[in-house]
Design a protein around this ligand. Structure first.
Ligand SMILES: CSCCC(=O)C(=O)COP(=O)(O)O
Ligand SMILES: [Mg+2]
Length: 224
């Protein structure tokens, strides 16, 4: 009996292309001016120092930090300092109306229906918790944050580590077998299954091939 759902964003609730072709380029364009303007702020410095630790590089100027973050964006690194700073940058884009967060047509209605059935809904994404709240606060279907009971990001661990799902299960405080994890990435689903979660793979384009998990192309196929 599923009591709560934990969902990925990119490739699951929303298209990969929105993240890769809208959000990441927006952050890449804004990074130089953002770092110059906010360099001395403690919340920026703490992320830059964390990036220094993770990269082993000295980041003593906005230009040197920008070079590293641009490289990490190109590599799609799920590094917590990058994800935190991207979230801060995306805030202005949402608030200015530069974009709204893409949702597949079935996403909002399914989240609403699952919530009405009494399921608790959580998000687990490599994007920072602040970025996730913006994403669902400024979505194509409006503000959906009222449907969500909590958010998890890389501060709970990386998405391909079973330990991350154990941490999330303890935070949600339900038995793992009552938790359903939704993702488009096989290795994330394997990690969640190793931690005892039930799993369903989203194959939005219907082209991803074999999986050891149940596969659907839309949330409409998930009857709970
Ligand atoms: C919060 S939207 C941006 C998501 C993001 O930054 C990312 O790297 C996608 O990660 P996901 O774990 O949702 O595949
Ligand atoms: Mg994904």
């Amino acid at each position: 009996m599923i009591k709560a759902i934990v969902t990925d964003i990119e490739g699951t609730t929303s298209s990969i292309s929105f993240v890769k072709e809208v959000l990441f380029p927006y952050a890449a364009r804004q990074f130089p001016a953002f770092l110059e303007t906010h360099w001395d702020q403690p919340e920026i410095q703490s992320q830059v120092r964390a990036a220094e630790q993770e990269s082993g590089r000295s980041l003593e100027s906005p230009a040197s930090a920008n070079a590293l973050f641009q490289q990490w964006i190109r590599e799609d690194r799920k590094a917590t300092p990058l994800k935190s700073l991207q979230g801060m940058i995306w805030k202005a884009g949402y608030q200015n109306g530069d974009y709204t967060a893409h949702l597949y047509p079935d996403t909002a209605a399914a989240l609403q229906a699952w919530k009405e059935k009494g399921l608790d809904l959580y998000v687990y994404s490599s994007g920072s918790i602040a970025a996730q709240k913006l994403f669902f606060g400024y979505s194509d279907a409006g503000d959906l944050t009222g449907l969500l009971s909590g958010y998890f990001d890389t501060t709970s661990g990386h998405k391909q580590d079973a330990g991350s799902y154990r941490t999330i299960q303890q935070a949600i405080d339900l038995p793992a077998e009552q938790l359903l994890f939704l993702s488009d990435v096989e290795a994330e689903l394997d990690a969640a299954a190793d931690a005892g979660f039930q799993t369903i793979r989203l194959d939005r384009e219907g082209s991803q091939g074999e999986s050891r998990h149940r596969v659907v192309t839309s949330f409409d196929e998930i009857a709970l």
